[in-house]
Design a binder for this molecule. Structure first.
Ligand code: IPE
Ligand code: IPE
Ligand code: MG
Length: 245
């Protein structure tokens, strides 16, 4: 299919990543470059989420995990945090309403308790309501941090040991994984970071042990279907060895 006169990047539909994770970065710089306030970048980023999540479902990606707000993002000025929370409620929930029609399962990774009451309730209700769907799962990382997730898992396991439900010797990688927000979700095959930074910023530290990374300078609000195809094509060109030969 033609794409502004250029050919679309070809992807092998028989070797798609089962799980794609995205660090949705570059909203602020996108807005700044356009002379707009930062929240306008977050609003545009929410639209991109809608487009990319829909495209992932259409091509048959089983799991999509997006990083929406980190445990460190509370360091931002209050006005920006409030704007993000407001936009999250508005745009995220509109996108979710759309996708609920498509029977998408939504799971939130992160401690929702410090979020504004209304947003938290919406997230909890959406997760509960969509729990019966299974074709495609979208995990939204909200107030998520990889280290926070690991500490919480360690605490929960220790608490189970203290009340006699578990024994320390039982702990294995599989059992430990069951204490993470991501329990039951296969590890990401491909982690994409738009926005030009080449770092992990506390995202899925345990789960991405053997993920393939794809970095691009394209800011998240400009990230489109063709950028996703490029990322998938790059992933498909890699030799994954998992420590073997
Ligand atoms: C990512 O975009 C969205 C959040 C972290 C909430 P940024 O807001 O980090 O955008 P940049 O990195 O400043 O451009
Ligand atoms: C990572 O982006 C978090 C999200 C995209 C939600 P940041 O913009 O917070 O990461 P740093 O500060 O550049 O590492
Ligand atoms: Mg950023």
């Amino acid at each position: 299919m033609a794409l502004f006169g250029k050919k679309e990047t070809a992807i092998d539909m028989t070797r798609l990543p089962r799980h794609i994770a995205i660090i949705m970065d570059g909203n602020g710089r996108w807005a700044k470059a356009k002379g707009l306030p930062r929240p306008a970048g977050h609003a545009a980023g929410a639209e991109t989420f809608r487009t990319i999540a829909t495209y992932c479902r259409e091509v048959g990606i089983k799991y999509l995990t997006v990083y929406a707000f980190s445990t460190e993002n509370w360091k931002r000025p209050l006005e920006e945090v409030s704007a993000i929370m407001g936009l999250l409620k508005k745009y995220l929930m509109e996108a979710i309403a759309d996708m609920e029609k498509e029977k998408v399962r939504f799971v939130f990774f992160g401690d929702l308790s410090p979020l504004p009451e209304e947003l938290r309730t919406l997230c909890e209700e959406t997760q509960a309501r969509s729990a019966r769907y299974g074709q495609c799962q979208v995990n939204i990382c909200l107030n998520y941090g990889g280290r926070d997730e690991l500490v919480r898992a360690a605490k929960a396991f220790a608490a189970d040991c203290a009340r006699g439900k578990r024994r320390p010797e039982e702990l294995s990688e599989t059992l430990f994984s069951s204490y993470l927000w991501s329990h039951g979700v296969p590890d990401p095959d491909l982690v994409i970071r738009p926005g030009g930074e080449e770092r992990i910023s506390n995202f899925l530290l345990w789960q991405s042990a053997y993920a393939e990374y794809y970095f691009t300078d394209v800011n998240w609000p400009d990230f489109g279907r063709e950028d996703l195809r490029k990322a998938i094509a790059a992933y498909q060109s890699r030799g994954r060895r998992f420590g073997g030969i």
